[in-house]
Design a protein around this ligand. Sequence first.
Ligand code: GDP
Ligand code: MG
Length: 162
Amino acid sequence: LLKSSTRMTDAHERSFIMVKPDGVQRGLVGEIIKRFEQRGFKLVAMKMVTPQRALLEQHYEEHKGKKFFDPLLSYIGSGPVVAMVWEGLNVVSVGRKMLGATDPAKSEPGTIRGDYAIVTGRNIAHGSDSDKSAKREIDLWFRADELANWTNFSSKRRRVSL
Ligand code: GDP
Ligand code: MG
């Protein structure tokens, strides 16, 4: 009874976050990692890659046919990008809030895009928009053995004898 009335939360939720080529060029990789770390999320995978077109066609398949599709793929494909997986409670929705609106003109100050970007075509970073997208994107960008299985002991309230 208690279980069914308790809101289900998943502390192991994961999101795919990518620093786009403009974020890398502008030296914002550390800043973006810092924000996710300090918010309390756990980094479980990270790599710098120049993504192949086939990967990007799948990653952005929902936008196929739109006028910005080809410029978008050229831009992201120019690389390198920093692809990451972050884990924690509500990381997908909180991650989207931390990124800010797609169009930086509409992103609130304090968000990544709101602090560092001006135009939609160069908006610094990507974040999964749903749990389903996150799973799809993580599978696309990472092999299972590239995801680290580790415990953040400093975030646990436990007594450690030294
Ligand atoms: P996101 O989920 O906030 O990244 O936004 P979308 O999924 O709608 O779009 C994916 C990415 O395509 C955006 O982050 C932008 O980099 C790019 N994009 C979206 N709309 C436009 C547009 O109208 N013009 C251009 N140049 N790029 C766009
Ligand atoms: Mg999107």
